[in-house]
Design a protein around this ligand. Structure first.
Ligand code: GLC
Length: 527
């Protein structure tokens, strides 16, 4: 494969706690992933991205790392990681691991040392400790945590506070301290030496904060601790928000350093940024030459079900990445958002729309990211309050992200649906009506969502591999229809409520039944 394998790859996100549980403790693990690699090969993806499996108290399910160079016993051992990498590579699958550089766990040895050492120490200088306002009684500024509440926690009854843009148990590093950069270069090398193909960089836009740590200027009516401002990172927002905690220019020096490290390991290693930036242009800044290889493009995931909105997303994305010479990325679901069949209305309509959006996305140039379970058509689950685990639920009392993280149903007729050996519910309870949705139940079933995904990925490979990066939008099919041509394939997506006539051509693949006209909530590739 060429050096830039990721430019047009399909990458499957594995949420490690919820993918497959080999040891039967109700939580997914590395050995479970290894067992299911043939399924991913058969699905037809090129790579998997695995969410954090490092030593962690699991307060944010692994995004709170206590040791970046070891595996949490919940998930296995370094030997299990080596086995997973070797088996994946044998099957021709690449492996991207999650790197969490914005913050550590409060159980990381550096943070424990910082608490023990006291104000002014070298240990505290690795994090962002400051003296509070009002004689130490109030937080040093008005920033809110993404998970709700203030972004600062007071150290005992002293006047010192530390910054955490996420949970209290996730203190932010001070990236202005060179020790932090050196630590992460070591971490990168540790995993590159073990053979990983790339990194997904968590909160890539957050590492540097405006040096003054000044107050955020808040829109009228929004209180400092609402959390609303930080969570609404709409890439297509018309009015830019004041965000002294995000997307500072210094962050790009970090990625220039990392790009050099990756280069040392040859042209096949890559990094993708999770950067909830405010504009397509600021997203593209992360993928300038000599920086990261990809950035997630969340625009589609934030867009409503609308042909016009999707056309804007496609135009805006292509226009942003083209000048920097990078390839676009597309994503409809991940472990932080409501699954796309549910976002699109749920039930039969939601699923039809989700399949149509997926088929449309897969026709575009660039890389597509899939989230585990979307190939089964899983919907967001209404997890009962007593079972909820997302830290944002505990901080805000709002539902949170558990509903997209319910363990995968592989087979059988009741929980745990072959998620693991053993009986009973896994760490998040699975719905009672999932039996028809298991991978086993859908395999070989014509029209099932799983078979649709398998066919779509195979068709993408077969008919679009050499189609190039040009996309010509075809605006003439009405305001409810998104249509474009790429190579010799014409893609038509009907976002309206009535069938529309199909342009001429042979149907290569459709997201649902098509006879004559193109039904509502359906997409088709024509040649
Ligand atoms: C990213 C992750 C999310 C996590 C947060 C803090 O947004 O995708 O799951 O909670 O960072 O690390």
């Amino acid at each position: 494969m060429s050096g830039s394998w990721w430019r047009d790859a399909v990458i499957y996100q594995v949420y490690v706690r919820s993918f497959a549980d080999a040891d039967g403790d109700g939580v997914g693990d590395l050995a479970g992933i290894t067992e299911r690699l043939p399924y991913l090969r058969e699905l037809g993806v090129d790579a998997l991205w695995i969410t954090p499996f490092y030593t962690s108290p699991q307060r944010d399910h692994g995004y709170d790392v206590a040791d970046y160079c070891d595996i949490d016993p919940l998930f296995g051992s370094l030997d299990d990681a080596d086995t997973l990498l070797a088996k994946a590579h044998d099957l021709g699958l690449r492996v991207i691991v999650d790197l969490v550089p914005n913050h550590s766990s409060d159980e990381h040895e550096w943070f424990q040392a910082a608490l023990a050492a006291g104000p002014g120490s070298r240990e505290r200088a690795r994090y962002i400790f400051r003296t509070g306002r009002d004689d130490g009684e109030a937080p040093p500024n008005n920033w809110a945590s993404v998970f709700g509440g203030p972004a600062w926690t007071r150290v005992g009854d002293t006047d010192q506070w530390y910054l955490h843009l996420f949970d209290t148990t996730q203190p932010d590093f001070d990236w202005r301290n060179p020790e932090v950069g050196d630590l992460f270069e070591e971490v990168l090398r540790f995993w590159l030496d073990r053979g990983v193909d790339g990194f997904r960089v968590d909160v890539a836009h957050g590492l540097f904060k405006e040096a003054s740590l000044r107050d955020q200027v808040l829109p009228e009516g929004i209180t400092a601790t609402s959390g609303q401002v930080n969570t609404d990172h709409s890439m297509v927002s018309r009015e830019l928000k004041d965000e002294p905690m995000w997307d500072q220019p210094e962050v790009h020096d970090v990625y220039r350093r990392w790009a050099k490290v990756l280069d040392e390991y040859g042209p096949d290693r890559m990094a993708v940024a999770e950067a909830w930036t405010q504009t397509p242009a600021s997203m593209a800044a992360f993928v300038r030459p000599g920086e990261l290889d990809q950035a997630f493009n969340f625009a589609w995931l934030l867009a409503d079900w609308s042909a016009a909105a999707f056309a804007d997303v496609i135009n805006g994305t292509l226009a942003a990445v083209e000048p920097v010479g990078s390839a676009p990325t597309w994503v409809l679901s991940n472990h932080d958002v409501v699954r796309h069949p549910t976002r699109y209305g749920g039930g039969a309509v939601g699923l039809a729309r989700a399949r149509a959006a997926t088929l449309t996305m897969l026709a575009l140039p660039g890389a597509s990211y899939l989230y585990q379970g979307e190939e089964l058509g899983l919907e967001q689950v209404d997890v009962p309050p007593a079972a909820r685990q997302d830290p944002s639920w505990f901080r805000t009392g709002e539902v949170g992200r558990d509903g997209c993280r319910v363990p995968m149903p592989w087979g059988g007729s009741a929980a745990p649906y072959d998620f693991g050996p053993g009986t009973g519910q896994p760490w998040l309870p699975q719905p009672a009506d999932w039996a028809p949705l298991t991978a086993e139940a859908q395999t070989g079933q014509p029209g099932s969502t799983l078979e649709f995904y398998r066919t779509a990925l195979a068709t993408r490979r077969a008919v679009l591999a050499g189609a190039g990066a040009d996309v010509e939008l075809l605006p003439d099919l009405g305001s409810d229809v998104l249509a474009f041509r790429r190579g010799d394939v014409t893609v038509v997506l009907n976002c309206g409520s009535a069938a529309v006539p199909l342009p001429a051509g042979e149907v290569v693949i459709a997201s649902g039944p098509v006879e004559g006209d193109l039904p509502a909530n359906t997409a088709v590739w024509l040649r």
